[in-house]
Design a protein around this ligand. Structure first.
Ligand code: IMP
Length: 180
């Protein structure tokens, strides 16, 4: 993988410590409430696994799979549900767990979709956010790191289904995706 990786943007240690901080805030904010974590497949698998284990409050977990990206690096803006929730979220406190907010198109669609089901609340935790890439305003309550508008891989994030298992977040060398 060495030559495909350009540089490490967020280290394993930084990810771990950020998860701990945010889990502390979530524990406080949801004390005494019944919380449902909704992970967005497949990118949020690592964040969800680490967050869930760092929390002290009891939670349930469910998953949705939506698609807005093909095998390339640009958002299509078209969102399809590939797997819906197994849980009825009416009256529930929902926290959507996401790997990254890029254009925000996927999440804004997802939030609208979830809100139409009558939950008590819906908030978002995104490990990464690219503020310069946002195409729609989106209120992310818990943000891990704001990063530059570059294509990143690792910690759940892929390029053509590869690199998800890297324990850190890195940028991809341009030769991998046909750049210079
Ligand atoms: P958005 O709709 O543009 O905010 O992005 C939706 C999804 O695209 C994210 O949940 C990721 O799965 C994927 N994505 C966006 N940016 C990147 C990136 O830099 N690397 C890998 N996947 C990305």
């Amino acid at each position: 993988m060495g030559k495909d990786l350009e540089r490490i943007l967020v280290s394993e240690e930084e990810l771990r410590s950020k998860i701990k901080d945010i889990a502390g805030r979530i524990d406080e904010d949801y004390a005494g409430k019944d919380l449902l974590l909704v992970g967005v497949l497949k990118g949020a698998v690592m964040v969800m696994a680490d967050l869930a284990r760092a929390l002290h409050c009891p939670v349930q977990m469910d998953w949705m799979a939506v698609s807005s990206y093909g095998a390339g690096t640009k958002s299509s803006g078209v969102v399809r549900t590939l797997k819906d929730l197994d849980t009825d979220i009416a009256g529930r406190h929902v926290l959507v767990v996401e790997d990254i907010v890029d254009s925000g198109l996927t999440l804004s669609w997802l939030i609208r979709n979830l809100k139409s089901r009558g939950p008590a609340s819906v908030e978002i935790f995104a490990m990464l956010r690219k503020p310069d890439a946002l195409k729609t305003p989106i209120d992310v309550k818990y943000v891990g790191f704001d990063i530059p508008n570059e294509f990143v891989i690792g910690y759940g994030l892929d390029y053509a289904e590869r690199y998800r298992n890297l324990p850190f977040i890195g940028t991809l060398a341009p030769h991998v995706y046909g750049g210079k």
